[in-house]
Design a binder for this molecule. Structure first.
Ligand SMILES: Nc1ncnc2c1ncn2[C@@H]1O[C@H](COP(=O)(O)OP(=O)(O)OP(=O)(O)O)[C@@H](O)[C@H]1O
Ligand SMILES: [Mg+2]
Length: 341
């Protein structure tokens, strides 16, 4: 477990000081993927760099599995850093070294013998999906492949924790997805704790279990991804949720897709953490004499199941529709009947 207690960082300037991180306290559980989201200048990079002391804190503590990182001397810090891997937005690879040599670098520093090193590098190359690229130079790789090298290098010494500073921000959406899938994969396979910072809410939606929202150096809101998505409190959090879910629903009864409907009813199904939304719809269609049409929907998959709303047009006998609605409600999916005409 990682415990962060009243962590602060002030950058002293000649004209004024900048409080980049302001009394952050957080607990991050072993094996979870914890996201920190915030706009540019919120203090995210400073915060994550305080965790492995690439930046020295002005006040507060960070402890990992009970060891206080903030008071370690240089030598002890070097050892403890082997337990904390880090990846960066711009990869930070060694350009004159091949893929294999980049990944071997932290193992050389750790003093591993050559044959052990080679064996470990081969394992890592296959783990991150870079087989066949061992002897390529970074300049010959795509952005996604470069980040895979960064991930392999960060994992070389079997760290307990992986820190990711905007690791997908330089990548296109498809490549971002493939790197996020790789992070989920290593989180599950290795039980690695991952802390990632980002300004993109879909990154949080896709891979995090818990999230904290950062503004002006402070954590202004935190919780499970589903809770934060379904009940965002702060204006900044609402804006981030809108990035992936769109504006919250206004009254849809005036929408043309509702107004044009003459028979049956329009239902809004709200999913929070369901894993089986498709199965539910097909079960309703099979079990009840009703016709179902999906008219609009916005459902996102999170690590804790599906989240979002689906609008259905349901036709059939009134009584049967009522039964179908009761059935859907019994599965814990919220159902709202939308007025029309
Ligand atoms: N080395 C430094 N010296 C002085 N001020 C700094 C230093 N590093 C960061 N800052 C300031 O601290 C604040 C937080 O910066 P930080 O880089 O942590 O933000 P960020 O959330 O990572 O932003 P971005 O999304 O743009 O990467 C900013 O006001 C920045 O100017
Ligand atoms: Mg940053």
């Amino acid at each position: 477990m990682i415990e962060i207690d009243k962590l602060s960082k002030v950058f002293k300037g000649s004209s004024h000081d900048v409080q980049a991180v302001d009394q952050i306290s957080l607990q991050i559980k072993k094996g979870e993927i914890f996201g920190v989201i915030g706009y540019s200048g919120a203090g995210k990079s400073t915060f994550i760099r305080l965790i492995n002391r690439l930046e020295e804190p002005t006040a507060g503590t960070v402890s990992i599995d009970g060891q206080n990182i903030t008071t370690l001397d240089k030598k002890a810090l070097r050892l403890s850093r082997q337990e904390i891997g880090m990846i960066f937005q711009h990869f930070n690879l060694l350009w004159s070294r091949t893929v294999r040599e980049n990944i071997a670098f932290p193992l050389e520093i750790a003093g591993l013998a050559k044959n052990e090193r080679n064996e470990r590098v081969n394992q890592l190359i296959s783990l991150v999906g870079l087989s066949g690229k061992e002897d390529a130079y970074p300049s010959q790789l795509s952005g996604g492949q470069k980040q895979r090298v960064g991930i392999a290098r960060a994992l070389a010494n079997n760290p307990k924790v992986l820190l990711c500073d905007e690791a997908t921000s330089a990548l296109d959406p498809e490549t971002t997805d493939s790197i996020l899938s790789l992070l989920i994969d290593i989180n599950e396979k290795l039980g690695l704790t991952i802390i990632l910072i980002t300004h993109e809410m879909h990154v949080i939606q896709k891979i995090c279990h818990n999230v904290a929202v950062m503004e002006n150096g402070k954590i202004v809101e935190q919780g499970s991804v589903l809770d934060v998505f379904s009940h965002p409190q702060q204006p900044v959090t609402k804006k981030f949720v809108e990035q992936v879910m769109g504006k919250p629903d206004q009254d849809v009864s005036d929408e043309p897709f509702v107004q044009g409907i003459e028979s049956g009813r329009v239902l809004k199904l709200q999913f929070v953490g369901e894993t089986t939304n498709q199965a539910l719809i097909s079960r309703v269609a099979k079990q009840y004499e009703v016709e179902l049409n999906i008219i609009q929907g916005n459902i996102k998959q999170t690590q804790a199941g599906a989240y979002g709303a689906l609008y259905l047009h349901i036709t059939g006998e009134d009584q049967v529709i009522d039964q179908a609605i009761s059935f859907i409600r019994s599965t814990s999916v919220e159902v709202e009947v939308i007025d029309h005409d």
